[in-house]
Design a protein around this ligand. Structure first.
Ligand code: GAR
Length: 196
């Protein structure tokens, strides 16, 4: 055929995978011309892997050796090699809770994206929505950024705002942010693809 190939994505996540689902949905309804080639998780029973299987997408567990937060360099090296062999164009972190370092960053320069549930540079790190609430922020939101070696520090690609309401709990605020995440991430991936 020799037509233009769609972009090949890898998605990494640690949890429920609702952002991964939003990428599947955007591809299915034609908003995103891409293919999710593989989904990987550092938790064997993470629902993100089940979602991938339901979509007929290769789903793999990455054993991080029992470390809770560390992403062992040898695991990152093996992953970089695997993703290069699969001709992955873009890696999307979707609720992945470990820090990516040189082996992956050097193999995929400006080709790794992350979604974070805050208006970066405010509130990096875990439970950003709870941080925003505790700080008395009037606005919260989400950010898609390029990944560098820092924690939620890379160049910002797109953001979406949500209001913080007076009776918000961490759960209600996170739910409101997630509605925006699911719109923002596919749009930001499309933008990143256009800049490759
Ligand atoms: C999302 O809210 C994502 O922004 C956040 O984890 C959640 C994963 O949800 N990521 C981080 O906090 C990264 N620092 P999901 O598994 O349903 O997509």
């Amino acid at each position: 055929m020799g037509g233009v190939m769609s972009l090949r994505l890898a998605v990494l996540g640690s949890g429920s995978g609702s952002n991964c689902q939003s990428i599947f949905n955007a591809i299915a309804d034609g908003r995103l011309d891409a293919e999710v080639v593989i989904v990987l998780s550092d938790h064997e029973d993470a629902y993100i892997l089940e979602r991938a299987r339901q979509h007929g997408v290769r789903a793999e567990y990455m054993d991080c050796g029992g470390f809770k937060n560390k992403f062992p360099l040898e695991v990152q090296e093996a992953l970089a090699k695997k993703l290069q062999e699969l001709h992955i164009d873009l890696i999307c972190l979707a609720g992945f809770m470990r820090l990516v370092k040189a082996p992956l960053l050097e193999a995929f320069p400006r080709r790794i994206l992350n979604i974070h549930p805050a208006l970066l540079p405010a509130f990096p790190g875990v439970e950003a929505w709870t941080q925003a609430l505790n700080a008395g922020a009037k606005q919260a939101g989400c950010t898609v950024h390029y990944v560098d070696a820092g924690m939620d520090t890379g160049e910002i690609l797109m953001q979406a705002y949500v209001p913080v309401l007076p009776d918000d709990t961490p759960q209600t605020l996170h739910a409101r942010i997630q509605v925006q995440e699911h719109i923002l991430y596919p749009a930001a991936i499309l933008s990143a693809i256009s800049r490759l």
